[in-house]
Design a protein around this ligand. Structure first.
Ligand code: COA
Ligand code: MG
Length: 299
């Protein structure tokens, strides 16, 4: 799948925010039918959602995903049946316990795609993989039987704190996440990479503080994440620019690829006094592929 740098949550019951989101530079919108919508507005949100998807069939610049309610919530099936005919690019599944639920959702999607005459397998899945206590104990399930609809994974520390019975998820002295959340973050990254899904960084809830966002984006990028969730339109420009390879990065990657091409048969070479071997070549190729994809789809 194409890399999606910025994923903007938009409460699906707000027409104003849907319009604002569509005009924003986010690579994907996540129309939220879950936590951002009050129970008595669920019908309005589903209708607006289906209508919005129908009226926005061109997804070449910005994909349109839906966050449904958790599979064990009685809203989830009605969420799915009311929006699938309008062809969302994918479904965001919250409060996951294990990969079993990804596979269960995949089966529901196959049935609905068949009913709606939509290409089987075309609706993809993003798992919010760390919102329950059980989820911290079941990451291995993703390495067993897994639907290839799963193309991205993210983590969250807010619902996880509630599930763990925590009073807070941050250390009050440093403002950093406590160890259970750093563990969740690491396990999500490792699992996403292991199953070839895009690892997507978690939200920064303090949406006025763009410095904090930039710092977190830079740290996420360094660790291996390839994009970030957003809750406010102002966050997406910072996310896009951090997750777009810079001119210097591209130049360096080109040099790395070139030096290996000029020295066929060599597994290790030196460039500017630094040893390079196969992992560096692989990283350089990945970066060039990403840069090429971004220049094609997302300016
Ligand atoms: N998507 C689209 N538009 C949004 C938006 C979002 N997530 N958040 C804010 N906007 C719009 C506002 O409607 C406002 O538009 P207007 O100028 O036409 O009135 C503009 O951007 C500026 O908004 P601002 O006043 O800065 O914020 P706010 O106080 O209206 O909203 C939040 C703050 C947190 C309620 C809002 O950002 C939001 O709803 N975020 C998403 C929450 C969510 O989906 N949570 C679930 C996932 S964790
Ligand atoms: Mg939540």
């Amino acid at each position: 799948m194409r890399i999606v740098r910025s994923w903007l949550f938009v409460p699906a019951d707000s027409e104003r925010k849907l319009i604002k989101g569509r005009a924003n530079c986010a690579d994907a919108l996540i129309l939220d039918l879950e936590d951002a919508v009050a129970d008595d507005r669920q019908h309005i949100a589903r209708e607006l959602c289906a209508d919005f998807l129908k009226h926005n069939p061109d997804r070449s610049r910005q994909q349109l995903w839906i966050r449904i309610n958790p599979l064990d919530h009685h809203f989830s099936l009605s969420d799915l049946t009311s929006v699938l005919a309008s062809k969302p690019d994918g479904i965001v599944l919250p409060k996951v316990y294990s990969a079993k639920e990804i596979n269960r959702l995949a089966d529901y999607l196959s049935a609905l795609e068949t009913r709606e005459d939509i290409e089987t397998g075309s609706t993809r899945i993003l798992s919010i993989a760390t919102e329950t206590a059980a989820s911290l104990l079941t990451f291995h399930s993703y390495l067993e039987d897994l639907s290839d609809r799963l193309v991205a994974m993210t983590w969250g520390g807010e619902d996880l704190a509630a599930s763990l019975g925590a009073h807070s998820n941050k250390n009050p002295d440093t403002g950093d996440y406590d160890y259970p959340y750093m563990h969740a973050r690491t396990m999500c990254l490792a699992t996403a990479r292991a199953v070839n899904a895009q690892p997507v960084g978690s939200v920064v809830v303090n949406f006025r503080n763009l410095d904090e966002l930039e710092k977190e984006c830079t740290s996420d990028l360094r660790s291996g994440w390839l994009g970030k969730m957003a809750i406010h339109p102002d966050q997406c420009e910072t996310i896009n620019s951090t997750f777009t390879p810079s001119v210097e990065d591209i130049e360096h990657a080109r040099k790395v690829v070139a030096i290996f091409e000029q020295n066929p048969g060599l597994g290790t070479v030196g460039l500017d006094g630094v040893m390079l071997d196969m992992p560096h070549l692989k990283q350089a190729r990945n970066l060039l592929e990403l840069a090429e994809q971004i220049s094609r789809f997302n300016k």
